[in-house]
Design a protein around this ligand. Structure first.
Ligand SMILES: Nc1ncnc2c1ncn2[C@@H]1O[C@H](COP(=O)(O)OP(=O)(O)OP(=O)(O)O)[C@@H](O)[C@H]1O
Ligand SMILES: [Mg+2]
Length: 245
C-alpha cells in the first residue's frame, strides 16, 4: 500500500510549551490508523500539527508526496485533510444540512450548487438524511458525532481525522460509530482515529500507534501493541496517578 502521510521527527507545541518531541510515523492509503495514549500525551496536538493549526519547530510532515509542513490550514483542507473536533461544534442555529453544505462549500472546492450532492451524500453516509432540516442544536450526542463526521466528509477528504468520536457515548452507540467507521473504510476512506476505548481500537483499526509524552511509543498490529509491556507500563503509570484513560 502507498504511503499517504508521513511525520518525520516532528517537534511542535504551543508557544514555549513543546508537546510533540521527535514524533515519527506513517499512514498507508486505505487504512484505519488508530492513535491511543494517556490524557495530555499530545494526540490532539498531533492533529493540530497535521492540520496546520500549529507549525512544527523541527521536522517534516508529508502528505500525498508533498511537503505540507508550512502550508496553511485552508491549503491542507483543500489538499484533502478533513477533521472532526474532540468536542462537536456545529453551528447550532443552522440546520444539519446547512452545516454540511457549508463544509462542502468552504472546506471543499464547491459552489453552493455543486456542494448540494456532496452534502446529500455525506448525510446519507452518516445516516442523517432524515434529520437534515433539524437545527443542529437539537441533535442527540450520537447525532452530533455523526454530524461532525458528515461535516468532515463534506470537505471530501482523502484523509479523515477522527478525534474521540466515541467519547461520551453508550456501548450500543459506540457500536454504531464503529459500524460507520467500518463502512467508510469499505468505501476506501483513509482514517486516523484517536480514541480512548481500547477495545474499539483493537477491533476497528488496521494499525495502532501508542503515544507517550509527545512521541511514538509503539506502532504495529493493534492486538500486539496492546499486549506489549511498554504500552501496559504507560497505562499503569497513568493509573498510579489516578488519571486512567
Ligand atoms: N492551546 C494550548 N496551549 C497550551 N498548551 C496546550 C494547548 N492545547 C493543549 N495543550 C497542552 O498540550 C499537551 C497535550 O495536549 P493534547 O490536547 O494534545 O493531549 P491529548 O493526548 O489529545 O489528550 P486527551 O486524551 O485528554 O484529549 C497537554 O499538556 C495540554 O495541556
Ligand atoms: Mg485530545
Amino acid at each position: 500500500m502507498e504511503t499517504i502521510l508521513q511525520f518525520k521527527n516532528v517537534y511542535a507545541g504551543y508557544g514555549r510549551v513543546q508537546v510533540l518531541a521527535d514524533l515519527s510515523f506513517e499512514v498507508k492509503t486505505g487504512e484505519v490508523f488508530g492513535v491511543i495514549g494517556p490524557n495530555g500525551c499530545g494526540k490532539t496536538t498531533m492533529f493540530n500539527a497535521l492540520l496546520g493549526l500549529i507549525t512544527p519547530s523541527r521536522g517534516e510532515i508529508r502528505f500525498g508526496g508533498a511537503d505540507i509542513t508550512r502550508k496553511s490550514p485552508d491549503e491542507r483542507c483543500r489538499m484533502g485533510i478533513g477533521r472532526t473536533y474532540q468536542v462537536p461544534r456545529p453551528f447550532e442555529h443552522m440546520t444539519v444540512f446547512e452545516n454540511v453544505l457549508l463544509a462542502a462549500v468552504y472546506g471543499g472546492r464547491h459552489s453552493e450548487k455543486s456542494g448540494y450532492p456532496v452534502a446529500e451524500a455525506a448525510l446519507r453516509r452518516t445516516g442523517l438524511s432524515g434529520k437534515r432540516n433539524l437545527p443542529s442544536g437539537k441533535l442527540t450526542l450520537l447525532d452530533r458525532k455523526r454530524l461532525e463526521i458528515a461535516r468532515a466528509l463534506g470537505t471530501e477528504p482523502k484523509l479523515l481525522l477522527l478525534d474521540e468520536v466515541a467519547a461520551g457515548l453508550t456501548e450500543s452507540e459506540v457500536h454504531d460509530v464503529m459500524a460507520l467507521v467500518e463502512s467508510l473504510k469499505q468505501d476506501g476512506q483513509t482514517i486516523i482515529w484517536i480514541e480512548h476505548v481500547i477495545e474499539t481500537m483493537v477491533k476497528s483499526t488496521d494499525t495502532l500507534m501508542c503515544m507517550s509524552t509527545g512521541t511514538q511509543l509503539l506502532v504495529g498490529e493493534p492486538a500486539a501493541v496492546m499486549d506489549s509491556k511498554e504500552v501496559e507500563e504507560v497505562y499503569l503509570g497513568v493509573e498510579d496517578e489516578a488519571d486512567v484513560c
